[in-house]
Design a protein. Structure first.
Ligand code: B1N
Length: 829
């Protein structure tokens, strides 16, 4: 036992006698009680669940802080290149178990809580997850910071400390109702405010030109400022003593701002101004994939990147030569949301540091890299010139100049090809003049990457073809990944133990070792143990669902799961049509009840509050569920569950219990998907299209262990080209017709045909995502699923092979790919 004392030369701080490394139960208990008494101001006897939770969280954080301080000492004066991950979203999930695991504190914490007579599980359930993201993009950022810390990459995550994260979803009469996510109200024990490190961020105003010793320079005279206050979260690596920082910015009114108005005697206005400033970090925009061009959203984006750039530059030595900035940092742009950082760095270098434009541009190009996460044209962010000019006039000038020089280079290479110039201009002219942020990022970044092989190829061929031709060397791929710590080790303790008993625990940080499980697929005893783990996970899910929503998965049911944001391109409607077809088949007598494979279909999905069709689809799922679940003719053999408010915490119970993973987007629309990886890694079989990372999953697990169906992306392009007529599929397929007719008849809406009429007519006459064209292939694939599930042992064999062959999908591998292909940061330790 090493006790940290002042005589210890490596001690990072003065003595804290009770905090021992390695931790002991006594030391942990003492620190816990200290936090309860002095931080919480209560005795153990009087402490509420919340008091106990806060003190426990503080204690865990204290131990991590010990590592963080030592880490800081180790890195003090280090000159290594750092990764600054710029992301508007981090969907972190619960912190307690994650930090107990990473810090190897679970044992002492359990002992300490037992010694205090506290139920640790109750405190676990008390935690509210920080939902500071919408879906896959935000969760990817959270997985990446976990891997960066585990790999020991010098890095900082920068983002926004939203006061309200993604809304809490409830259902009223089957329809989504959004409730505010007041995640901070009971205290925020994991964060550390650092008011002394606040940055000022300016907005509005105008520019003026000044004659600076013969050179004409532009200068920004902003109109208003806000203060950006950092809140730091510790990001521990897995048992490696490394702790990185996630720095999230909160907007506060600046004193100067308040004073100016206050002195003018208008107190009310001063208070209003404060609210105005603080609105910037008030709420996460609940849009996944289809951002609305709202002014406040642009304010959020600039707010956090301007503060982050200043913060990072402030860490460099006073006399640092900014021409060498690329040796010290790479700013990774997580989609277009932080791309306003590009003109901001230019402005800082040119206007504030007097660097020549060309030199600043060379530096900037090396300091950024851009990850694109989409293929949907409507998801590519554009900012109207009018808005950008009003909010950030100097940045607009800088963008214009970048564009001018870029288009001059295009002309130099291709001549005055006006079509090409219009296609490649960073400024779109229609429907309004607007800055295309993806183009700006592509021109400015040293690399552009997609998030799965197919996505990166389509990015080159379809989304940015002119840029891929102009800058072929910039384009690369990094297939997404997920952290094995949270999504296997923590979420699936049963399977984790089984794996570790078989091959040791090295897989937690070296996931490719799961390959060593492959021979065990042929071992009957291992298969039995694996099946028993799955059954246990279903029981555990039932406990969670019972307590949370009064729901349960049927005994002996195939657990068929579709959890993801609600979006037409993801095709929850295709899944609904399958359920309705099975229901209709039994009710009409075409399917004998005894022939129906018992199934529970579990949905989880939030819809953007302004996305009317997505909300109707949620309503339809709930409506179908309430009919199917209670119709005695089905005798409970087909169940539809839709627990509200799907989030990271629920995912951790659902994914390990799943038999079948639904990944059924229209080919060419899902950039990658990451849920698909989590399911396969936990031994669910995928039914999926040739889309996103499904392609790579299937290649790795093998055709025999994956239910592929549907059109390929080139086939989709071909029928789109020829003119797609969904009604023709309806006419030709009797089963499809019966399912759609049943919905249209009002069978799921108490006879009211109007309720789902918009869904039905959209399917018949528009069907942008070709649900009807893939219906029959999907139904056939589900028949293959039923047949395969009938052979339980064969199914388990396939499930084991899925686990064994999915080590590639670790976010540790993704981060190594970023290092090799994009960041070129020093080797990790
Ligand atoms: O990013 C994930 C991918 O796995 C998914 O396929 C992709 O859909 C998702 C605007 C987005 N793309 N774009 C967004 C999120 C919020 C927002 O306001 C767009 N999310 C994705 C990780 O690569």
């Amino acid at each position: 036992v090493r006790r940290v004392t002042s005589s210890d030369a490596t001690a990072p701080h003065p003595p804290v006698p009770a905090l021992e490394l390695p931790p002991t139960a006594d030391g942990f208990t003492a620190q816990f009680l200290r936090n309860l008494n002095f931080d919480g101001g209560v005795t153990l006897a009087d402490a509420s669940t919340n008091d106990r939770y806060l003190a426990l969280a503080r204690t865990v954080r204290d131990y991590l802080m010990l590592h963080a301080l030592a880490d800081q000492q180790r890195q003090a004066g280090a000159q290594a290149k750092a990764v600054c991950y710029l992301s508007a979203e981090y969907l972190l999930g619960n912190q307690l178990d994650n930090d107990l695991l990473a810090g190897d504190l679970a044992g002492v914490a359990a002992d300490a809580m037992a010694a205090c007579g506290i139920d640790l599980d109750e405190l676990r359930r008390h935690e509210i997850e920080p939902g500071l993201g919408n879906g896959g993009l935000g969760r990817l950022a959270a997985c990446f910071i976990d891997s960066l810390a585990t790999l020991g990459v010098p890095s900082i995550g920068y983002g926004i400390r939203y006061e309200y994260g993604i809304f809490r979803q409830t259902f009223e009469d089957g329809q989504q109702v959004e409730q505010p996510d007041a995640w901070l109200t009971l205290g925020a024990p994991w964060e550390q405010p650092r008011p002394e490190a606040a940055q000022t961020v300016s907005f509005g105003g105008r520019t003026e030109t000044v004659d600076d010793a013969g050179t004409v320079r532009s200068r920004w005279i902003p109109e208003w400022n806000v203060s950006a206050v950092p809140y730091d979260y510790l990001v521990p690596g897995f048992r490696n003593g490394r702790v990185n920082t996630l720095r999230l910015w909160r907007a506060k009114a600046t004193d100067a701002f308040d004073l100016r108005i206050f002195n003018s005697g208008d107190y009310e206005q001063a208070v209003r101004a404060q609210t105005f400033a603080e609105n910037i970090s008030k709420v996460l925009y609940p849009e996944d994939s289809t951002p609305q061009g709202k002014e406040l959203r642009l304010q959020q984006q600039y707010f956090f990147v301007a503060a982050s750039i200043r913060d990072f530059l402030g860490r460099l030595p006073e006399d640092f030569d900014l021409a060498r900035l690329p040796e010290r940092v790479i700013f990774q742009l997580n989609d277009t949301h932080p791309v306003i950082a590009v003109p901001e760095l230019m402005r800082v270098l040119v206007d504030e540091h007097g660097m020549a434009w060309d030199e600043a541009w060379a530096v900037t190009q090396q300091c950024f890299a851009y990850t694109c996460h989409t293929l949907l044209p409507e998801a590519l962010e554009v900012w109207p010139v009018e808005l950008l000019g009003r909010l950030l006039p100097r940045h607009l000038e800088i963008v214009y100049r970048i564009n001018e020089e870029f288009l001059a280079a295009v002309r130099a290479r291709f001549g005055d090809d006006e079509m090409r110039i219009r296609d490649m201009s960073i400024i779109a002219e229609f429907p309004v003049r607007a800055v295309r942020m993806a183009y700006l990022a592509t021109v400015a970044g040293s690399r552009v990457n997609g998030v799965a092989e197919l996505h990166s190829q389509l990015l080159r061929d379809k989304v940015l073809p002119a840029f891929a031709e102009f800058f072929p060397e910039k384009f690369t791929n990094v297939t997404n990944g997920v952290t094995p710590r949270r999504f296997l080790r923590l979420a699936n303790p049963g399977l984790s133990t089984l794996i570790t008993d078989a091959i040791g625990d090295g897989w937690v940080t070296d996931l490719e070792r799961l390959h060593e499980l492959e021979p065990l697929a042929e071992d009957a005893a291992f298969r039995a143990a694996f099946a028993a783990v799955k059954a246990g996970n279903k029981r555990r899910l039932n406990e969670v669902l019972q307590a949370r929503d009064g729901m349960r998965v049927g005994d002996g049911h195939l657990v068929d799961v579709m959890v993801k944001r609600l979006h037409e391109y993801k095709r929850q409607l295709l899944k609904v049509l399958h359920v309705v077809s099975e229901y209709e088949g039994v009710v009409s007598g075409r399917i004998a009840l005894a022939d129906l494979q018992p199934r529970t279909v579990l949905f989880g999905a939030k819809a953007a509050p302004g996305y009317a069709m997505a909300k109707r689809i949620i309503h339809l799922i709930n409506a179908v569920g309430s009919v199917v679940n209670t119709d005695p003719r089905l005798d409970g053999r087909l169940q539809v569950l839709f627990p509200p408010n799907y989030n990271v915490t629920l995912a951790e119970s659902v994914i390990p219990a799943a038999d079948l993973s639904e990944q059924i987007s229209l080919a060419g629309k899902e950039a990658s998907g990451t849920g698909n990886m989590k399911f396969a890694l936990n031994g669910a079989l995928t039914i999926g299209t040739d889309d996103g990372a499904n392609v790579e999953i299937r290649e790795l697990v093998g055709d025999a262990n994956f239910f592929l169906f549907g059109m390929t992306e080139p086939e989709v392009a071909e029928i789109a080209q020829a003119g797609y007529h969904p009604a023709a599929f309806y006419q030709e397929d009797a089963g499809l017709r019966r399912a759609i007719d049943l919905i249209a008849s009002g069978a799921f809406s108490g006879g009211d045909r109007s309720v789902f009429e918009p869904v039905v007519s959209n399917l018949l006459y528009e069907d942008r995502f070709m649900v009807l064209a893939d219906y029959s292939a999907y139904m056939a694939a589900q028949q293959r699923v039923d047949a395969a599930y009938a052979d339980q042992d064969g199914w388990t064999r396939a499930a084991i092979l899925n686990v064994a062959r999915c080590g590639f999908f670790s976010s540790d591998r993704s981060i190594r790919d970023y290092i090799d292909r994009i960041w070129h940061t020093p080797p990790t330790t």
